[in-house]
Design a protein around this ligand. Structure first.
Ligand code: NAP
Length: 247
């Protein structure tokens, strides 16, 4: 088991990639904090983690609110006494072409995907910096955070920022034994991509040399590797899991 006895916090883990990552981490021996803005979905996922034989804590947290995140962090430390890994997974979209995008759409996505990553990253780093073994922070970027994407000014800005913050924190926190990386998934079948037109998804499938879309498991496997000690010399980078869709 790669993550035996580690404590991992996954934001936005009530569904999609975060949910599947919670199960993967449990199977690898981690104790999992399932955090989501929606406590009911977090509870359901935590229950499934327990059925896999691992300890789980379901917590509600809105990543855009410092107070909410600090409360969550206090509960984690009260319960587990440490935090080994944060996956900054919570994310949203509100797509529109630049000429039609509203300020509200822009601000909403920035708040969750960018400010949320900063708030959670800072809160986790404060804990990890006091730990003998430091910790690992993984930011959810995207293919869109490397290449941009039509109709996603707001989302692209946040996903480039997720990479920028990962590289900056890797430089700042390395001396505290904290590794920080970003993960850039391509088109992964989750509730987020189910909102996209079928035609676009078919096109993306066809563009990949592997002729398929990604699964949440594909991303969860990368998170598990990066969170493990096998990745102990990997920091400050962004790794794609996209089936070479843009090659
Ligand atoms: P998803 O299915 O939409 O799940 C996102 C989760 O985040 C939901 O459970 C959502 O809760 C939660 N959330 C939203 N706002 C939140 C907030 N303010 N505080 C806490 N939790 C919040 O998304 P996904 O497809 O699994 O994507 C996960 C991450 O991977 C995102 O950062 C996304 O940008 C990134 N990503 C996904 C893909 C893809 O193809 N799916 C590709 C590249 C990158 P509610 O359900 O209650 O809103």
């Amino acid at each position: 088991m790669r993550l035996k006895d580690k404590v991992a916090l996954i934001t936005g883990a009530g569904r999609g990639i975060g949910e599947v990552t919670a199960y993967k981490f449990a199977r690898e021996g981690a104790r999992v904090v399932v955090a989501d803005i929606d406590i009911e979905s977090a509870e359901k996922v935590a229950e499934q983690v327990r059925e896999l034989g691992q300890e789980a804590l379901a917590l509600t947290a809105d990543v855009t609110k410092t107070e909410s995140v600090n409360k969550m962090m206090d509960k984690i430390i009260d319960h587990f006494g440490k935090l080994d890994c944060l996956i900054n997974n919570a994310g949203i979209t509100a797509d529109a072409q630049l000429l039609k995008m509203t300020e509200e759409q822009f601000d909403k996505v920035i708040a969750v995907n960018l400010k949320g990553v900063y708030i959670c990253g800072q809160a986790a780093a404060k804990v990890m910096a006091t730990q003998e073994n430091g910790g690992v922070i993984l930011n959810a970027s995207s293919l869109v955070g490397i290449y941009g994407n039509f109709g996603q000014t707001n989302y692209a800005a946040t996903k480039f920022a997720a990479v920028g913050m990962a590289k900056t924190w890797a430089k700042e926190l390395g001396k505290k034994k904290i590794r920080v990386n970003a993960v850039a998934p391509g088109f992964i079948l989750t509730p987020m991509t189910k909102k996209m037109p079928e035609k676009v998804l078919e096109m993306m499938k066809d563009k990949s040399p592997l002729k398929r879309l990604g699964t949440p498991e594909d991303v969860a496997n990368l998170y598990a590797f990066l969170a493990s000690d096998e990745a102990s010399f990997i920091t400050g980078t962004v790794i794609s899991v996209d089936g070479a869709v843009v090659l």
